[in-house]
Design a protein around this ligand. Structure first.
Ligand SMILES: [Zn+2]
Length: 466
């Protein structure tokens, strides 16, 4: 049995080594002794099952073998993690290292980019210590390509932090989402995005960001943020069945509940296709901020990697997401946080209504069987607390095992780390965490990470060694 396991491990090794193309080697060579992690349980992501007990053999920065038992090479350090479950390091597909709790828009005006970069390094450490070993940073919100410095410092081993995909600023239209609307024009308050108003400008902006170190593209496809019912709709499907049908949104025609919230789209399908093609030319992909229709449909048709927030998805859009395997990233934690921390009573009512709507639509999305990934939108709420997102996805309709597989498998796909991260198997990076108890019985165990290893280096809770 063990021989078979090791043979298959060897066969996987080469494919896995190349998967996270931009991650450098640890620079530590292979001189470190092998490590055997032992715990009461191990989560097998592919099988969606807990195995007992659990062991992982770590050689250098990679996993050499994993299962209920592994070879213990002579001289290996054994770390016994007791009554815990060994899991792959968590993946957060939607973070903002350059944001911290407080007035989100004002911090980007009041704080310098050097100050924000220092805070971003602390955020990266907090996220890693909470068990997040891979993250997609969905925009520096006005700090431009300062995320390149943070990523490079982490990759070089100078500071602790997750493996990162970075975008620099998100891309938006003039007067769109995050464009410092409502300030005294004479003050020239800068927006938090890079601006592109058509396909040509999108391509130029993506090239500029790539030159400065970005490793994927973040685009605001809807905005400003979703508005309450009663305002003019971008496409008034509730009233105009022909227009609705022409945009493939016919199934929702006349569904007043579905159209209770709406948001203008920012880019057309052709514009998004140009961005997706340019990202592909550079070997990467596009993630979109998208609260609703018809922007979500345009994004799905253009073939983006993920649709983030995804508060409103039509039947046609969900069908495309299933066909093209485009995950929705619900980001419940930020909606809950804003509902609980609104500055006024009126704002609290509005934010709660948005969350209620989102929960209602999420249940419909789960029933439709679309793929999901896990992203928290951490930044406006404290870094290191975002494992709450997994619990919220369970509370609102998914099973623990489905949420974990969404985090690990779809998270790895959209971060372009498939077969490199998100699994405990030979050839993958030795990104391993341990949580108390059994997370398939109590998903909140993921909020109590007791042990963190990334690339074979222990960052938290080494436990008892033999
Ligand atoms: Zn965000």
């Amino acid at each position: 049995m063990r021989v078979d396991h090791l043979l298959s491990a060897g066969a996987l090794l080469c494919a896995c080594c190349a998967a996270w193309a931009q991650a450098p080697s640890s620079g530590r060579g292979d001189s470190r002794p092998a490590i055997v992690l032992h715990a009461a349980r191990l989560f097998d992501v592919e099988a969606g099952k807990i195995v007992t007990p659990g062991e992982v053999l770590v050689e250098g920065e990679r996993i050499a073998a994993a299962g209920s038992s592994v070879e213990h090479p002579a001289g290996a350090r054994v770390i016994n993690l007791g009554d815990t479950t060994l899991m792959p390091g968590l993946i957060d597909a939607h973070v903002h290292l350059f944001l911290h709790p407080g007035a989100e828009d004002m911090q980007t005006v009041q704080e310098s980019v050097p100050e924000r970069t220092i805070l971003a390094t602390l955020a990266a450490r907090a996220d890693l210590m909470a068990g997040f070993t891979s993250e997609r940073d969905m925009g520096t919100e006005g700090a431009g390509s300062a995320d390149t410095a943070v990523k490079d410092a982490i990759d070089a081993g100078r500071i602790p932090g997750p493996r990162l995909r970075i975008s620099g600023n998100a891309i938006s239209i003039l007067g769109g989402h995050e464009d410092a609307i409502g300030f005294n024009r004479a003050l020239h308050v800068p927006g938090n995005a890079d601006y592109a108003n058509d396909a040509e400008q999108l391509i130029e902006t993506i090239r500029k960001q790539h030159k400065e170190g970005s490793t994927f593209v973040k685009i605001y496809e809807t905005g400003t943020d979703t508005e309450a019912a009663g305002r003019v709709r971008a496409i008034p499907c509730g009233q105009d069945e022909a227009l609705c049908a022409a945009n493939g949104l016919g199934a929702q025609t006349g569904d007043a509940e579905f159209w209770a919230f709406h948001t203008p789209y920012q880019y057309t399908v052709d514009e998004l296709k140009a961005a997706v093609a340019e990202a592909a030319r550079l070997g990467t992909n596009v993630g979109v901020h998208d609260q609703g229709e018809p922007g979500a449909l345009f994004a799905a048709e253009a073939g983006v990697a993920s649709i983030d927030h995804a508060s409103q998805l039509s039947g046609r859009t969900m069908q495309l997401m299933k066909e093209k395997h485009i995950p929705a990233v619900p980001t419940f934690t930020i909606f809950e946080y804003f509902a609980n921390h609104a500055p006024t009573q009126a704002a609290a009512v509005r934010e709660q209504a948005m969350l209620d709507y989102k929960i209602h639509e999420f249940k419909r999305q789960v029933a439709a069987g679309i793929p999901f990934a896990v992203g928290s939108d951490v930044g406006p709420f404290p870094h290191g607390t975002q494992a709450r997102e997994l619990g919220l996805m369970v509370r609102y309709g998914m099973t623990p095992v489905a949420v974990l597989r969404a985090d690990y498998l779809n998270g790895a796909r959209i971060l372009m780390g498939k077969d490199a991260v998100g699994q405990l198997k030979a050839g993958c990076y030795a990104d391993v965490i341990a949580v108390p108890g059994n997370p398939l019985e109590d998903i909140t165990a993921m909020e109590r990470v007791a042990f963190v290893m990334k690339g074979g280096v222990v960052y938290k809770g080494a436990g008892s060694s033999e």
